[in-house]
Design a protein around this ligand. Structure first.
Ligand code: ADP
Ligand code: 5GP
Length: 199
């Protein structure tokens, strides 16, 4: 089963694109991360994130290597993907999507063989416009996220694929195409026969 790592500067449109692709392609599940960040209006515990306090986060982090597959501090809050979360979905036969930052992506690359995809905005000016349009961020948070975006964009070269989110339809079609192609490439036995073949 595939582990798909998606990274993008915040506000770039990753959630918008992912929502479309998950609606269209069966067999994909979203890995729900743990975070110490406060929920935004409309965010549901256990659906968008597992919202936890610093103590709970530290307890899972200290349970290595079975606690977090990866974890990082992003924009002043802690975020992590639990090993349990990914393994549960893999056992169920699903391809798992990890929406994580560039630091987390680097850690996952060292532990397993993920397919990594970076989503970039058409420009930093457009990214700023989208962050403001979302109306969920304060001025200070917008400045912090734009500054981080510059650093994150410098890591795009380490990813297998790059998608520029100019038009949502095209970006979603690119992501669908990548997943369909990776499924065709990887879902087979070591000798090349179909993985599900019973003959
Ligand atoms: P992310 O999940 O990357 O933080 P969102 O999906 O929340 O970003 O998108 C941020 C804002 O930008 C939202 O208001 C969304 O509607 C808008 N947006 C997303 N993709 C595009 C696009 N291709 N063109 C214009 N606006 C977009
Ligand atoms: P947001 O607070 O806007 O939901 O997410 C902020 C950033 O944290 C995004 O870049 C997102 O990809 C990243 N992020 C979310 N969950 C995780 C996680 O489990 N691990 C890591 N490393 N980053 C995460």
């Amino acid at each position: 089963m595939l582990v798909l790592v998606l990274s993008a500067p915040s506000g770039c449109g990753k959630t918008t694109i992912l929502t479309r692709v998950m609606r269209d392609l069966p067999g994909l599940v979203f890995s729900v991360s743990h975070t110490t960040r406060q929920p935004r209006p409309g965010e549901i515990d256990g659906v968008h994130y597992h919202f936890v306090g610093a103590e709970v986060f530290a307890a899972i982090r200290n349970r290595q290597p079975t606690g977090f597959l990866e974890w990082a501090e992003v924009h002043g809050n802690m975020y992590g993907t639990s090993v349990d979360e990914v393994e549960r979905h893999r056992r169920a036969g699903c391809d798992v999507i990890l929406d994580i930052d560039v630091q987390g992506a680097a850690q996952v690359r060292q532990r397993i063989k993920p397919v990594t995809i970076f989503i970039a905005p058409p420009s930093l000016a457009e990214l700023e416009r989208r962050l403001r349009g979302r109306e969920t961020e304060s001025e200070a948070t917008i400045a912090l996220r734009l500054n981080n975006a510059r650093k994150e964009l410098a890591c795009a070269g380490a990813y297998d694929y790059l998608i520029v989110n100019d038009q949502v339809d095209q970006a979603a079609a690119s992501l669908r195409g990548i997943i369909v192609a990776e499924r065709a490439r990887q879902r087979r036995m070591p000798d090349g026969r179909p993985a599900q073949w019973s003959a």
